[in-house]
Design a protein around this ligand. Structure first.
Ligand SMILES: N[C@@H](CCC(=O)N[C@@H](CS)C(=O)NCC(=O)O)C(=O)O
Length: 202
């Protein structure tokens, strides 16, 4: 099996960090999304949404969506669970994962796409929307900081896939000059903790 990815893009990194935490080795195929390689007919045949990452199994089955790929490996390798250990914890991980995706990662992605014009060959950037999205992402730092005042990780003292999505989104946010400020001391302390893990460099 192999994963099609672009090394510097944030969604494939979520999968790489997840697999590194689980100690799973993987083969990767590098796709140049800036050049539109993901849009080619050959790629579309494998992955109709054209978004990376996607997993190709040895029998040719292709699986897209970062979370679905992680779910597949969580089920195949349940040891060292990253998606929750109890019914409540599984629900809490999902709650935070969705919150981070909707309230932080997606706005960062919108800010990037609509203010930089990086994908202007395949979409129409709307700069005002990009700026507004960036403001919304920055505003969410306050909520995260408040939550992490009492919590080592997003779900208590349990490191999970929710921390991975936040870590990858915060690092990616630097491309649009968005980062937590000194007043977000609990968020910054959380960042120190998660970025010290060996999986950070995946
Ligand atoms: N919902 C998808 C989003 C994937 C996504 O947006 N990937 C970006 C790179 S991080 C991409 O493929 N961009 C290329 C394009 O839009 O043409 C997931 O979670 O995997």
């Amino acid at each position: 099996m192999k994963i099609y990815q672009t090394h510097k893009a944030p969604n494939p990194r979520r999968v790489r960090v997840f697999l590194a935490e689980k100690g799973i080795e993987m083969d990767y195929v590098e796709v140049d999304i800036a050049a539109g390689e993901n849009l080619s007919p050959a790629m579309r045949a494998k992955n109709p949404t054209t978004k990376i990452p996607f997993l190709e199994l040895d029998d040719g089955t292709c699986l897209g969506e970062t979370l679905a790929i992680c779910r597949y490996f969580e089920e195949l390798h349940p040891e060292n669970p990253l998606m929750g250990r109890t019914p409540l914890e599984k629900a809490q991980v999902e709650m935070w994962h969705r919150r981070i995706e909707f309230h932080f990662m997606l706005p960062i992605g919108m800010c990037f796409q609509h203010t930089t014009g990086y994908f202007k060959d395949r979409m129409t950037p709307v700069e005002e929307w990009g700026k507004e999205s960036g403001k919304n992402a920055i505003a969410y730092f306050d909520e995260l900081n408040e939550h992490l005042k009492e919590s080592t990780y997003l779900v208590g003292d349990y490191f999970s896939i929710a921390d991975i999505v936040l870590l990858c989104a915060i690092d990616f946010a630097r491309v649009v000059q968005i980062r937590p400020s000194d007043e977000h001391s609990h968020l910054l302390a959380w960042y120190e903790r998660v970025s010290a893990r060996p999986s950070y460099s995946a």
